[in-house]
Structures are given as C-alpha cells and as structure tokens.
Design a protein around this ligand. Structure first.
Ligand code: BGC
Length: 414
C-alpha cells in the first residue's frame, strides 16, 4: 500500500496512506538555497519549530543546501536525482510554472492530505492556485517576498543630499546614483557574478517605464511590439552599471548588500530577503539606518516571489516529509520563518502584530496594492524554457552591456 502510494510509478496517489510514525531509519533530507545569513537564520527558526512540534533531534535532519542566490545552483543539484528516482525528501521550489518540469513527468506526489480544511481555508486564494496541478495540491507555499524594493542607507543618502521620496522613475534613480557617486559612495550595491540580479533589475525598470500591462505582455513572450521599449529599459540598466559595486563580478548578493550596511553604498535593489541581512546586522535599524521605497515608478505594485516545498515521488522519508510540509503550512511555522526571512505569510491568520515594523509596512502595502505580478528571474512569471532563454541572454548582457543587441536577441529568441 505504502509503496504503491509513494513509488510514483503512476505519479503517486495521495499521501493519505503514510503512517503517522516515521520508520526507524527515516531522515529528512532538505535541499534549499538559503545560505545567506538572514536566510539561514530563518530556516533555522523553521527547523526548530519543526523539531519542537514533532519531537525530533538534529540527527534526524539532513540539512543539505545547494548554495546560490535565487536558486541558481539548485536545478543541477536536484533535477537528475528526482528524475532518476533518488530524490531528497523535499526541496525548495518557486510555486507556479517552476513546478511544470516535475509535474509533467509525474515526479511530485499529490499532497491533498497535507492540505487539511484548516490550512485550505486560511491561505490566500491566489497563492493556493500556484500550489496546484490538475486539481491536486503538490506544493506548500511558505512565504511571500516583495521584489520591487529599493533599499537605501539613510545616512548615506542624507549625506549625499538625495531626496529618496522624490524619486519618481528609473531615470531619477540614475541621477541619484550619479549624485551618490560624486559624493564618494557606491551608487548601487549589486552583484553580477550570477545573472539573476540584473535580470530582476531590468524587470523593475521595464515595468516602471512601461507599466504592468506591457510587463505582462513580456511574460507572455509577446515581445516584438516592445522592441524599442526593451532597448530603452536595457539602456537605463547599462547606465546604472557605471555606478554599481566595483567588485560586482566577484560577490554574491548578500556580500554586495554588506556595502549598504557598512555605509559605503547608497542603494540596493533586491527582494526583501535583504531585510533578513539588515535584521541580523547589529545596530542597523529600520527607519533610522536603512529604509525602503518601492522601486521608483512601481508604487502600487507588489512584485511577488514565493517559496514552497514539495514531496517528490519515491520519497525516502514519507512520514517526515509530510510532517515537514504540514509545518511549512502551519501558523507556527509561518510565524517564525517569515519574521526572520523578511517576507509575509501566505496564510491570512498568522499573528503579525508583534512582527518587525518593516514587515507590518510590507503587509499593508500588500493589501493596498493595485497589482501583484510574478517575476522572470524568480521563475513564477514565465515557463522554465522562457526563464532559461532570458538567463542566457542576460548572461551575455552583463558582459557586453549592449542594449540594442540584447533587445534584438529577446525579440528574436523568445
Ligand atoms: C527566493 C528567496 C531567496 C532569494 C535569494 C529567491 O528566489 O525566493 O527565498 O532569499 O531568492 O536567494
């Protein structure tokens, strides 16, 4: 019965037949990419809540990260294992289109039994949709990150005489970066050792210049009508590149972000996972030392990035995996994880009254937002093939910084 449920010959049945007690040799192997300081701290909080809930010691858990911001190394670590029937217990994945390569090969167990009525009724409807395939739940979303943030060091911008609230579009931001540079600061802390941060920055610039409908057109690969807008937005990113971290090619996103914390850089464009770093930095306080405005020109938009966990078929630890997924979907798990991670919970009933002020501000921006859009760089906005095409084109872009050639490639290759 159990084997039938979980071998995944036919894509697996539901997890209903999984026993409540784990087998003696069960171990939860957890693959994820949360290795930056704040990310790791948030995962550790979640692991602690899991151990407390189910009475496990550290020895029952094989925490096996695949380091690389925005999951840049996780596919290599996971895909062949899952397809050859040797998967980890569970792994981190963006819900939505990123699940397709797995669901199309029936490599994820339906987990309707994890999604109790209590959980089902607590989640935001739009989030639930991203966790389903063919009517079955296959993933448990854990968090909602915002991508269209512009973080800044308060003392640096004050010292440079920059009025951040007056930045109304991407061109204003260029002027502010020039000003910071002329005052001896790095305009924008940024990494180019991996393509995703520049891809997401361009997504923001394009949306700011052309609006959400045109951005959605690009997600739908209707790019040929937008060639000149593509070129213009790419050119602005090229202009930004004169003011980014001088060591951008050799640092990770969190290493680049350290320059904001240290008072060497004015701005950072990142998802609010950057807040995990600010919260763990000592003496670096929201409102006083760092602050955030929506990326200029994208106010009213909440660009969304979520993470989830899944149960691959042929699962090595069915009971522990199911328990882990339940914890990810629980009030307790989401309360503790999101508080540290810099994201807001996708359950609507998680008490956030004593959350850090920044997260409370994000939560009200989320409920007041006019538009919620997904991202290319973080998988959910485009199918995996489209994402790979963009990544390849942008890996050329961060070498050449050639806007017109890159715009033509997008139009020709998408
Ligand atoms: C994930 C975040 C993570 C960030 C940087 C995003 O794709 O959703 O959880 O912190 O990448 O690694």
């Amino acid at each position: 019965m159990l084997a039938g449920c979980l071998t995944g010959d036919d894509g697996g049945d539901d997890v209903e037949g999984v026993p409540d007690e784990p087998a003696e040799d069960e171990e939860l192997e957890l693959v994820h990419w949360w290795t930056a300081g704040g990310e790791e701290a948030a995962l550790n909080d979640l692991l602690e809540s899991f151990r407390n809930e189910y009475g496990y010691s550290g020895g029952d858990i094989n925490n096996n990260p695949a380091p690389g911001g925005a999951g840049s190394a996780i596919d290599t670590a996971i895909q062949s294992r899952v397809s050859s029937g040797d998967p980890p217990s569970t792994f981190q994945i963006w819900p939505g289109g990123s699940l397709d390569p797995y669901t199309s090969e029936d490599l994820l167990n339906p987990i309707n039994d994890v999604w109790t009525d209590e959980m089902d009724s607590a989640y935001l409807d739009g989030v639930k949709e991203t966790a389903r395939h063919d009517g079955d739940f296959v993933a448990v979303p854990l968090n909602i990150h915002r991508l269209n943030n512009l973080f800044y060091n308060v003392n640096v911008v004050e010292d440079a005489g920059i009025d951040v609230d007056g930045l109304s579009d991407g061109e204003d931001l260029l002027t502010a970066m020039e000003t910071a540079d002329s005052e001896g600061y790095i305009g924008m802390a940024h990494q180019t050792s991996s393509t995703w941060s520049t891809l997401q920055m361009w997504e923001m610039v394009f949306m700011a210049q052309n609006g959400v409908d045109a951005y959605r057109d690009v997600l739908d690969k209707n790019v040929s009508d937008h060639e000149s807008a593509l070129e213009e937005s790419l050119q602005l990113v090229v202009d930004y590149s004169d003011y980014i971290s001088p060591n951008s090619a050799s640092v990770t996103w969190d290493e680049a972000n350290q320059a904001v914390i240290d008072g060497d850089a004015a701005f950072l464009h990142q998802g609010d996972w950057a807040v995990g770093e600010y919260q763990t930095a000592s003496g670096f306080d929201y409102g006083e030392d760092w602050d955030m405005v929506p990326f200029p020109g994208t106010g009213g938009v909440y660009a969304i990035v979520m993470d989830s966990f899944v149960m691959p078929t042929n699962n090595p630890s069915p009971t522990m995996t199911k328990q882990w997924l339940r914890q990810c979907g629980s009030i307790d798990g989401q309360e503790t994880f999101n508080r540290t991670k810099g994201s807001i919970p996708p359950r609507t009933d998680v008490p956030t009254d004593d959350y850090p002020e920044f997260l409370q501000d994000q939560a009200s921006d989320f409920s007041d937002s006019d538009e919620q859009v997904p991202s290319i760089a973080h998988g959910s906005g485009i199918d995996p093939d489209g994402k790979s095409q963009f990544e390849e084109i942008f890996s050329g872009f961060i070498e050449s910084w050639n806007a017109s050639e890159t715009a033509s490639r997008i139009v020709d290759e998408l």
